[in-house]
Design a protein around this ligand. Structure first.
Ligand code: ADP
Ligand code: ZN
Ligand code: ZN
Length: 693
């Protein structure tokens, strides 16, 4: 009697847990759960994963095919990993075959080996650990002991910038390796934090395998095998490192746990920090979520006792003190100039003069002068690329907009660019709205590129480097800029939020934040929290070593509560209070973490079809009779049109997890079975635990 196996096939089938039965492989190799196999599906051949032996008798009417080929003899998913992937599919209601597909690097999935002997652990040699140059201070030691030996396995390591969190991570990894366990270290965007990886490599030479999307498939493949065969016992990387096939995992670290890049926003949408928490529960690994600015969700978990709080409230290196912060009211500058800050495009050279007086407040200028005089370094942060924010007609006031996305185009040096779809045009000589000719436009606002010009005018002798997505295009651009600034080859670093990531520049004594409220107007219930986190992170770049640091924050709304929190003499207490208040609001409004949430996004080439489709789904949802389920919408998305497609959305909130799952399954199945995508010529995407509204 031939045995049957349930196989996860990479096709979008609903319900999410749909598996397909196949007869065992008829060749010499024994079929086992966790194997990567090739099966025919319809007329195609696809690669899927054997999940388990089929439990119930198959429908006799259906002809069952055999597994065509076993791609790798040794299972690529251990029983533990199979369970993990299944639980991700369950949480996100995402087709299990696609979750399996996302959790195996394509270079392994499509690889050609047939037999591979899994000989873990290859060596029982002692792990390669070099000793730290210094001893942990009292707070660090306490956190380390608590994390590795305390009663609780799940920890939040909340330490201000420069408080020595990384040293604690290193010590924990060392301890786990000594216990013959393996470690997973998640970092937000590995390309942005070369320093961190270097510190791990320096302490554990040869023990590391790195994973991130910017590396070649060959490198990923090597890293994967290094972990699989036990030659590397520390997997470090961005989101995808979560799927490194570590065995006997003892420790999971999520550095900068507040970072937005942990959320995968394409294909299988998941939050890597949340997934890491799930993995630690399933594997009994110790978990450390580390940050100087933890998420409100994590604070809620501390309050409910699910995470144990470990605090590092002082900077670790002896001379280093927290910087002095100062908020400048930009409205005062507006009153003086009696106009919105803008520049005529006619004379390129006027740009720095006019804008510069506005965007560099007198307070910031004085501090910048002083910093440069002392031969120290400054970071100037403005969270926008380009020369300005928009390009408007001097006659009719209309902005140039992107034809694909209906958003304003951002002026760059020689062109106008859409930051959403990369559409670009040369600077137009005529206004489409009113027909004005002869350089009818003017630039408004400032971006990193504009700031660079302003500085070139006011500080012609200063050397300026710029860090944003325009200057970082090739693989080593980032490292070059960071190294040059580290080596003091420049006086000022201008940049977007890329400057906020954990960089450690000892000579930076001044941080200037040009437009601190840029993120506050985003229609998202996390906008204040995110802005505060970003500002605290940027501010944390000042005064890292033994020179005093200063932070100047320019804002149009200095009365906003986030500034009171920033300026507090006891920033940890005030940050905690701020988040507690945010959480209280969310509890009233039933937002995450007090409800499960999902965003249903609809997009179509035709505006009315996107509306019809979302209205149809909304009506269907309203038939579910549950006071626990709240359906908000349909509404036009904040980005009403993106890449030529019109967008609407529905927000689902539910205080009861099972009702939430049921509602989602019902909608997803109805949508797919009913062929609604074709009928409405509209796509529907479901984003569970959405991070951006
Ligand atoms: P974080 O990760 O919290 O930003 P780091 O671990 O990078 O902090 O530490 C900040 C600085 O303090 C680094 O230069 C580090 O070498 C130094 N440092 C960390 N721990 C200690 C310690 N126990 N004694 C002396 N210096 C330390
Ligand atoms: Zn666009
Ligand atoms: Zn016009």
């Amino acid at each position: 009697m031939q045995r049957l196996f349930d196989i996860a096939v990479p096709v979008p089938f609903f319900p999410w847990n749909t598996l397909f039965s196949y007869k065992e492989f008829e060749g010499e190799i024994e079929t086992k759960p966790g194997q990567l196999v090739e099966v025919s599906f319809g007329r195609r051949k696809v690669r899927g994963v054997v999940v388990r032996e089929t439990q119930k008798a198959p429908d006799p009417k259906i002809k069952i095919k055999s597994i065509h080929q076993i791609c790798i003899e040794e299972p690529v998913f251990s029983a533990e990993r199979l369970a993990f992937v299944e639980s991700l599919g369950k949480h996100y209601r995402h087709p299990i075959g696609l979750v399996f597909e996302a959790s195996l690097p394509s270079s392994i999935r499509n690889g050609t080996e047939r037999t591979l002997k899994h000989t873990w652990p290859i060596s029982m040699e002692a792990p390669n650990v070099l000793t730290s140059p210094f001893e942990l201070n009292e707070d660090q030691e306490k956190s380390f002991q608590n994390i590795m030996n305390g009663n609780k396995a799940h920890h939040l390591l909340w330490g201000i910038t420069g408080s020595g969190k990384t040293e604690v991570y290193l010590r924990c990894v060392e301890e786990a390796l000594k216990r013959n366990q393996t470690c997973l270290v998640l970092v937000p965007e590995i390309a942005l934090t070369p320093q961190l990886t270097e510190r791990f490599e320096a302490r554990f030479p040869g023990e590391l395998a790195t994973f991130h999307s910017a590396q070649t498939p060959k490198k990923t493949r090597e890293a994967w095998f290094k972990v699989w065969t036990g030659r590397a016992r520390v997997a470090i990387g961005a989101r995808s490192a979560l799927f490194a096939p570590l065995k006997n995992i003892g420790l999971i670290i999520v550095d900068e746990e507040h970072d937005g890049s942990y959320k995968q926003e394409e294909g299988f949408r998941y939050h890597a920090a949340e997934a890491a928490r799930l993995l630690s529960v399933q594997t009994n690994a110790r978990l450390v979520l580390g940050s100087a600015t933890p998420r409100a969700e994590s604070i809620a978990l501390v309050e409910s006792g699910e995470l144990e709080l470990n605090k590092l409230s002082r900077r670790a290196s002896s001379g280093s003190k927290l910087p002095k912060l100062h908020v400048v009211d930009l409205k005062k500058g507006l009153a003086k100039e009696n106009k919105i800050p803008h520049v005529e495009i006619k004379d390129e050279f006027d740009l720095p003069k006019i804008d510069g007086d506005f965007f560099l407040s007198p307070e910031l200028r004085v501090s910048l002068d002083r910093t440069l005089d002392k031969k120290e370094q400054a970071i100037l942060f403005v969270n926008r690329r380009g020369v300005g924010s928009q390009f408007i007609c001097k006659t009719c006031g209309e902005s140039c907009v992107c034809p694909n996305c209906d958003v304003r185009l951002t002026p760059h040096s020689q062109k106008l660019l859409c930051h959403y779809c990369a559409y670009e045009i040369a600077i137009p000589s005529k206004c489409d709205s009113c027909g004005s000719k002869d350089e009818p436009f003017t630039r408004v606002g400032v971006g990193t590129e504009g700031l660079e010009k302003i500085l070139a005018f006011h500080y012609p002798d200063a050397k300026v480097l710029r860090l944003d997505r325009d200057t970082v295009q090739k693989k080593d651009d980032l490292e070059k800029i960071l190294t040059a600034f580290s080596n003091k080859e420049a006086d000022i670093l201008v940049g977007t939020q890329m400057v906020a990531k954990g960089h450690d520049f000892p000579s930076v004594s001044l941080v200037g934040i040009l437009l601190a409220d840029l993120g506050l107007s985003v229609p998202d219930f996390r906008a204040s929290e995110r802005t505060l986190q970003l500002l605290m992170q940027v501010a944390g770049r000042a005064g890292r070593a033994d020179i005093a640091g200063e932070v100047i924050i320019q804002s149009f709304q200095p009365e906003n509560p986030i500034f009171a929190s920033l300026l507090s003499p006891d920033p940890m207490t005030s940050y905690f209070a701020f988040l507690k208040e945010e959480l209280a609001k969310r509890e009233v409004l039933r937002y995450a973490p007090y409800s499960r949430m999902a965003l249903l996004r609809f997009d179509s080439l035709e505006n009315n079809l996107a509306h019809q489709a979302s209205r149809y789904v909304c009506d269907a949802l309203s038939k579910i009779n549950s006071d626990k389920l709240q359906v908000l919408g349909p509404v036009v998305s904040p980005m009403a049109k993106l890449r030529g497609r019109y967008r609407t959305q529905i927000l689902l909130k539910c205080s009861h997890s099972e009702s939430f799952d049921t509602a989602l399954d019902w909608i997803l199945q109805g949508w797919n079975k009913g062929g609604l995508e074709k009928r409405f010529k509209t796509r529907m995407l479901v984003d569970v635990d959405p991070q951006s509204m």
